[in-house]
Write a protein that binds this ligand. Structure first.
Ligand code: CUA
Length: 322
């Protein structure tokens, strides 16, 4: 299990050098100071070791004892002074970056987005627009966003390297993350706190959009779900409500209102299923609903052993929910 966590974080490191938010840029700058200071120190030490070995080795026929320097004020001052100055510089840079990246949240400031970690998916709530979605996090570019981080069960950790720092999602203790995204794009992240069997499949997908595109998306997602378009979808919708699906999932505009599992109001408009485990397609959704425990062992959705026709009808209904 540890190797999975290790590899997962390794895979995210490729994004660290591509900051796409104000916060990530500041962190990247401090990171570079540390990186180059450490690299310089390493080069200096390696150089001195090699140089001294060659320059001061005993020459043939030279049996004189080398001169011993017992005490040197200059050297002492250098050895203490340089590290103290370096430490002071790094301390100042670190603290001022922390303050710039995570300033205190004013008491009257409401969050723009509420992210709730669940085993093993992300609930995404836009309180001002009354929109709830899951796993694909749409965010506007160029806004000073405040994200509230919550957990429904155990500790999770939000990390999208291109967008800045990590933030823990702790049960009963909301945390906050400020975010100013600079450029539109798709940013990958993952849960970075071990949270159970499917921790490795708790990917984050942030889709950063221009304000216009984002508002369009928001308006589309504020709408109630489309009513079933044909007879098969109608059968699927009825099955969805009568089988246990409706007791865990929410489809806005229907009797299904639970948030135990992901919101499915506009599931057909998402790119991936199961927090990044597979592409969103009828075929994959069929596989998932038929045998959830084979696809994502330990997930809280049980095997319902429904007959093929029922699953097909439900999939057909869900894949129309754009
Ligand atoms: Cu959620 Cu790891």
């Amino acid at each position: 299990m540890n190797s999975i966590i290790f590899l997962q974080n390794l895979y995210l490191l490729q994004y660290v050098n591509n900051p796409a938010s104000l916060q990530a840029e500041k962190i990247h700058t401090v990171f570079n100071y540390f990186y180059w200071a450490a690299a310089g120190m390493l080069l200096l030490v390696v150089f001195l070791v090699v140089y001294i070995c060659i320059r001061f080795q005993q020459k043939k026929g030279d049996n004189n004892q080398p001169v011993r320097t017992i005490y040197s004020n200059k050297l002492e001052a250098l050895m203490i002074g340089v590290p103290v100055l370096l430490l002071a510089f790094f301390f100042y840079e670190t603290v001022s970056t922390m303050n710039a990246v995570s300033p205190p949240v004013p008491t009257n400031r409401e969050p723009d987005v509420i992210i709730t970690g669940h085993q093993w998916w992300w609930e995404v709530d836009y309180p001002n627009a009354h929109v709830v979605t899951s796993n694909e996090v749409h965010l506007p570019v160029g806004k000073h966003l405040l994200m509230q981080m919550r957990s429904a069960d155990v500790v999770h950790d939000w990390w999208v390297p291109e967008l800045g720092n990590k933030m823990d999602l702790v049960p009963n203790h909301p945390n906050y993350l400020w975010l100013n995204i600079n450029k539109p794009g798709k940013y990958t992240g993952a849960c970075s706190e071990f949270c159970g069997a499917q921790h490795a499949w708790m990917r984050i997908s942030v889709i950063a959009q221009d304000e216009n595109d984002f508002n369009k998306w928001l308006a589309q997602n504020a709408k109630a779900a489309m009513p079933p378009g044909d007879t098969l979808a109608k059968t699927g919708a009825e099955l969805f409500q009568s089988k246990t699906c409706a007791s865990c999932h929410r489809i806005q505009g229907t009797a299904a209102t639970s948030n135990v599992g992901p919101d499915l109001t506009h599931i057909a408009s998402r790119h991936m299923l199961l927090t990044g485990l597979m592409k969103n397609s009828e075929e994959n959704l069929y596989k998932w609903i038929s045998h959830p425990q084979e696809i994502k062992p330990g997930a809280h959705m049980p095997d319902f052993n429904m007959n093929k026709d029922s699953v097909k009808a439900i999939v057909h209904y869900l894949e129309q929910l754009k």
